[in-house]
Design a protein around this ligand. Structure first.
Ligand code: ADE
Length: 223
């Protein structure tokens, strides 16, 4: 899988791609992530990428030119172009499972007051990570990339993500480690029983209980 990220703030990604699971995924699992400053696609001598909005109003708006040039340069038949915006479709785990099969993702991070509406014409998917507004699409793009990469075969132990919250529309069951008794709080005895069927049943019941208490909306979703 190849992911190209178009941003005005490439340094924001330094820690993200150079640490932990994402770093290992890039090294071991045939994942390529390119962080691209789309100023390089500006044809202006000062590398300008934004300007005042027609009609008046506060803030600068990203111009279509540099982003069109970037997409022209990067797009192939295998590409999906994603624009991060609070106006997009709400991102979730089901989408992460779909997107992990994409061969090439190009993510455009919006910034400042917004982007020229015509940029939408070259985008395949507009995505929001939730109903709040961040200063730009960089953090949202990292959220999306992280959630996709951990699902790519070989990146983490498959069991870890099969039990994730949101799989089968259920929140994850509670887990415990040592010690068996911590400040009077005991590990549930079924987990110490070695009885795999009972453990499986208990975990499912706990998932269901937690989901009913905390996120009953998930149980009403289709599939
Ligand atoms: N850019 C700013 N806020 C955003 C959000 N909630 N989702 C995606 N992109 C954004």
């Amino acid at each position: 899988m190849k992911i190209d990220v178009l941003t005005l703030f490439p340094k924001m990604f330094d820690g993200f791609i150079n640490e932990s699971i994402i770093k290992r995924a890039i090294e071991l699992n045939d994942i390529e992530i390119n962080i691209i400053d789309f100023r390089k696609y500006s044809t202006d001598k000062n590398k300008k990428v934004d300007d005042y909005q027609y009609g008046g109003g506060a803030g600068m708006v990203l111009m279509p030119g540099p982003i069109f040039n970037a997409i022209d340069d990067l797009r192939t038949d295998d590409s999906t172009v994603i624009l991060m915006t609070p106006q997009g479709k709400k991102y979730n785990q089901k989408l992460a499972y779909q997107y992990k099969n994409f061969k090439h993702i190009i993510i455009i991070c919006g910034h400042y007051e917004g982007f020229d509406e015509r940029i939408r014409s070259i985008v395949d998917i507009e995505l929001s990570i939730g109903d709040y507004v961040l200063t730009g699409g960089e953090i949202p793009s990292m959220v999306v990339i992280d959630s996709i990469i951990r699902l790519v075969d070989g990146v983490i132990d498959e069991d870890s993500h099969l039990n994730d919250s949101f799989n089968n529309n259920l929140l994850d069951y509670p887990v415990y480690t040592k010690p068996k008794n911590f400040k009077g709080m005991e590990v549930p005895s079924v987990l110490l029983s070695g009885h795999h069927e009972n453990i499986k049943k208990w975990r499912y019941e706990q998932s269901l209980k937690k989901t009913k208490e905390r996120r009953p909306d998930l149980l009403e979703e289709d599939d």
